[in-house]
Design a protein around this ligand. Structure first.
Ligand SMILES: Cc1ncc(COP(=O)(O)O)c(C=O)c1O
Length: 424
């Protein structure tokens, strides 16, 4: 099946669900084991089937299979949020004393997770000082267990050369994990460039309507955990699971099976089947939405660039953008919905601008059908001092716009009125 057909059909067979055309919601916590032998086999992971919704649920399974097929993966695991998926993706292959190397331009919540909670767990995250592969290589030691990056990072919109970073990771026998939330598999499929694991916040574009939290990990199945020789949790007996050796039992699926059987079992951050249902419904229109988000964002970015009251515009598809060439390679169809721009007149103009807008909603989300404006200086980053803000690339003029699916000319007219009001 091609991509658009997979959006509607992958991972779901109506014959297994009373011929229902729509994916049913299974609002149940537990599943009947049937007979004693089947119960025992389920717990020994000898037979596939649902036990308890914290571990798996038919609605969640369909979402996992569909996203896995869209990314070209071997298997996926769904979570209650993107944060939960990122946490599990890393905890699945790290223990206290290990290190990971991460891009410095990441979603703020991921930065907090890495520099606060992982630190408390004894997992040391070293942030690369720049985008170049050499910046990542400098931070790698014998304790490094993976490299983590975000594509079209939020909010800096950097594009890191995935292919080059995957080669670097493999040179050191470690996997590359890519947060592909903002491009989605419609705009970029990191496995095609050598990435090993993908994480998503499905809360954003995959569900797409601002109505369901969720996250997912997708495993390419390509990383050889045994050959790497440094992932003993996958290659030696798991005493918490009858001494199972994941690589021996599950071969290429070892990583994703362990994530479910051990990490999800213990952390419990499973999604509600209702949220998975909403995400599956939203996914059906992913291609249409992502193309419209991207086309409208480019039109708005070009318009902002020509506006005398705008100090700067950051959008990777603008010809003079630092990442224009990489955007052609990794995101040929478009660069998603987010634009960063600076309004002349600093915080005073910024406040007037926000208060004058009628269409974009003033909040922190992205990837909604509706346009969303975020003013980090006044909201998400206000607890930081000026120096910390500078380090995060936040200035008093910085606006982040997630361009929605409204008529783009209405949006431009609204921005025009608000910009004019801001300089009065
Ligand atoms: C790129 C990226 N990754 C992960 C997350 C975290 O996702 P969630 O809010 O679903 O936990 C976000 C949230 O904004 C994000 O933008």
């Amino acid at each position: 099946m091609n991509f658009d057909t997979k959006l509607l059909h992958a991972g779901f067979n109506p014959k297994e669900h009373n011929m229902s055309i729509n994916v049913p919601i299974y609002p149940t916590t537990a599943f009947d084991f049937g007979d004693v032998q089947r119960g025992a086999d389920l717990f020994d992971l000898k037979t596939a089937g649902d036990i308890y919704t914290r571990l798996s649920n038919p609605t969640n399974n369909i979402l996992e299979n569909r996203i896995s097929e869209l990314e070209g993966g071997l298997g996926a695991l769904s979570f209650s949020s993107g944060q939960a998926a990122t946490t599990a993706a890393i905890l699945n292959i790290t223990s206290s004393g290990d290190e990971i190397v991460a891009a410095s331009t990441l979603y703020g919540g991921t930065c907090n997770l890495f520099s606060t909670t992982f630190k408390k767990l004894g997992i040391n995250v070293k942030f690369a000082k720049g985008d170049d592969v050499k910046d990542f290589e400098k931070e790698i030691t014998s304790k490094t267990r993976c490299i983590f990056m975000e594509l079209l990072s939020n909010p800096a919109l950097n594009i890191i050369d995935i292919e080059a970073l995957a080669s670097l990771a493999h040179k050191y026998s470690i996997p590359l994990i890519v947060d592909n939330t903002i491009p989605t598999p419609y705009l970029c499929r990191p496995f095609e460039w050598g990435a090993d694991i993908i994480v998503h916040s499905t809360t954003k574009y995959l569900s797409g309507h601002g109505n369901a939290m969720g996250g997912v990990i997708v495993d390419s199945g390509n990383f050889d955990w045994e050959e790497a020789g440094k992932f003993s949790e996958l290659t030696t007996p798991d005493e918490s699971y009858h001494g199972i050796i994941y690589t021996k039992e599950f071969k290429k699926c070892a990583y994703i099976v362990k994530a479910r059987a051990q990490i999800l079992r213990d952390m419990g951050s499973c999604p509600s089947p209702f949220n998975s249902y909403l995400t599956i419904s939203g996914l059906e229109t992913l291609s249409l939405r992502m193309q419209r988000h991207s086309d409208s964002a480019l039109k708005v970015a070009r318009w902002l660039q020509d506006n005398e009251n705008i100090a700067w515009v950051n959008y990777p598809k603008l010809e003079d953008n630092k990442y224009f060439e990489l955007s052609k390679k990794y995101c040929p169809l478009g660069a998603s919905s987010i634009i960063g721009f600076g309004i002349k007149g600093g915080a005073k103009a910024g406040v007037k601008f926000i208060e004058s807008l009628k269409i974009p909603i003033f909040t922190t989300n992205i990837g909604d059908t509706r346009s969303i404006i975020t003013y980090p200086y006044i909201t998400t980053h206000r607890q930081l001092n000026e120096e910390q803000m500078k380090a995060c690339g936040i200035s008093d003029d910085f606006m982040r716009l997630s361009v929605g699916l409204e008529d783009v000319d209405d949006l431009i007219n609204d921005l025009d009125c608000a910009i004019k009001a801001s300089v009065k």
